[in-house]
Design a protein around this ligand. Structure first.
Ligand SMILES: NC(=O)c1ccc[n+]([C@@H]2O[C@H](COP(=O)([O-])OP(=O)(O)OC[C@H]3O[C@@H](n4cnc5c(N)ncnc54)[C@H](O)[C@@H]3O)[C@@H](O)[C@H]2O)c1
Length: 397
């Protein structure tokens, strides 16, 4: 439910939620995506920000984005403290900084009593993600991770076809995510600021390709199949000789209950764009989805003609139709998917504030992020030990 709210939720609350942003200055494409998505349906208004690690640049960037000069801050700590003392202070924070800062900013935001929308990878490791899950729970906050691909209407519908039993028990998932950003030795040339932090493992995380795109692929497969991974046998390394960061991971996956999976993520695929493919095979049929045709889902049931289902097809369930905003045949994309995540966390916060309960929405949560970090650690352990490695479970799960 995106624009009109659940039963007039926003109207009863009386205002949009106020969002502070950390990172995502005018030079960051994902920053523009977040800001547009947060405000798309009016659930949030961006009112404050820290847009650079340099206080002067942060202030200038905030002004360039049209923020109130008094709410362009020099650091996240300053923003959390100043906003807390305002009667119209921020309700939530969205974090879209380089990877190595996500954990500290998220922990500080939760401790400041704010809900968090954080970009991926959510932390530097599994232990940190478990810590954020604990803080989220103990402080009574909400925590969304921006796996935008999981919020496309047709991915939501694919998940529903698994959940309602249409496909039967899941037997196999196949997911691949291919990009071309590391298809040449960019390390040898002049680097942009973004490439500098990405190519520094101390800043980009446990395995570059997993923090960049593999985390999305892992989440997508588990999200649609409705199954956590329990063990992996992974090949973690580089496709380009001499490279020092991980540009490729392929893995066999075993899910809870015994379903199998194959997983490939690489940024060294010459000619690729942002190519994500997912197939989920059940006892009665299979579904297939590709990012190049993101508004369509192919459903092939055993013994029946193959169907192509499009976003906006009028027989789709209301909650799937509500995850889109325009009539059939009009393009929608990642910004709308991000907006679904923002809408859902806002609705949950507003419902809680009003003392009302609404159905649990499927936006990715900190527990999903912890599972992703455990998956990445298991891939690295599998590579190091040369065989299957268990995917750790969060304490109490
Ligand atoms: N969900 C997605 O699909 C998706 C896509 C791209 C990037 N991302 C994530 O977004 C994050 C940022 O990536 P990017 O491509 O925008 O990087 P980038 O280097 O292009 O931009 C980073 C931005 O953050 C600002 N910044 C850096 N350090 C900061 C700090 N300490 N405090 C405040 N602002 C700071 C920079 O000034 C810049 O505006 C990464 O974690 C990346 O994984 C997610």
């Amino acid at each position: 439910m995106t624009t009109d709210g659940i039963g007039g939720l926003r109207e009863r609350f009386g205002r949009s939620l106020r969002l502070g942003i950390v990172g995502g200055g005018p030079d960051s494409w994902i920053g523009r995506m977040h800001r547009g998505a947060a405000e798309m349906d009016g659930w949030f208004r961006v009112v404050a920000g820290v847009l650079s690690s340099d206080p002067e640049r942060s202030h200038a960037a905030g002004l360039a984005l049209g923020l109130d000069p008094g709410r362009c801050y020099g650091s996240a700590a300053e923003m959390f403290a100043a906003e807390r003392s305002r009667t119209d202070g921020i309700d939530a924070v969205a974090i879209m900084t380089p990877n190595d800062t996500h954990y500290a900013y998220s922990a500080a935001a939760l401790d400041a009593g704010l809900d968090v929308v954080c970009d991926k990878p959510v932390t530097g490791n599994f232990a940190e993600a478990c810590d954020l899950a604990r803080r989220t729970r103990e402080r009574g906050r909400l925590f969304a991770i921006v796996h935008g691909y999981s919020a496309y209407p047709m991915i939501r519908y694919a998940r529903q076809l698994v959940r309602d039993g249409t496909l039967g028990r899941v037997r196999l998932t196949q997911v691949e995510y291919l990009q071309n950003g590391l298809a040449t030795m960019i390390e040898d040339g002049p680097l942009t600021a973004k490439q500098r932090w990405l190519l520094d493992p101390a800043r980009s995380g446990l395995a570059l390709v997993m923090g960049a795109i593999g985390c999305h692929a892992q989440h997508l497969a588990s999200f649609v199949a409705g199954l956590p991974a329990v063990r992996v046998a992974a090949d973690v390394g580089t496709l380009l000789p001499g490279r020092k960061v991980v540009d490729h991971v392929s893995a066999l996956v075993e899910y809870e209950g015994g379903a199998r999976g194959t997983f490939t993520a690489t940024q060294a695929s010459a000619g690729a764009e942002n190519d994500i493919r997912l197939k989920v095979h059940g006892e009665r049929g299979q579904i297939e989805w590709s990012h190049r045709t993101l508004s369509y889902l192919t459903v092939a049931m055993q013994g029946e003609p193959v169907k192509t289902i499009g976003r906006g097809d009028l027989y789709l369930p209301p909650e799937i139709l509500a995850a889109g905003r325009t009539p059939r045949g009009h393009p929608e994309g990642l910004r709308e998917a991000f907006a679904n995540i923002y809408a859902e966390i806002a609705q949950e916060r507003i419902a809680r504030s009003l003392g009302e309960s609404i159905p649990l929405s499927p936006y990715p949560r900190i527990e999903d992020g912890a599972h992703t970090m455990a998956f990445i650690e298991a891939c690295l352990a599998s590579q190091a030990q040369g065989g299957w490695a268990a995917v750790a479970k969060m304490p109490g799960h």
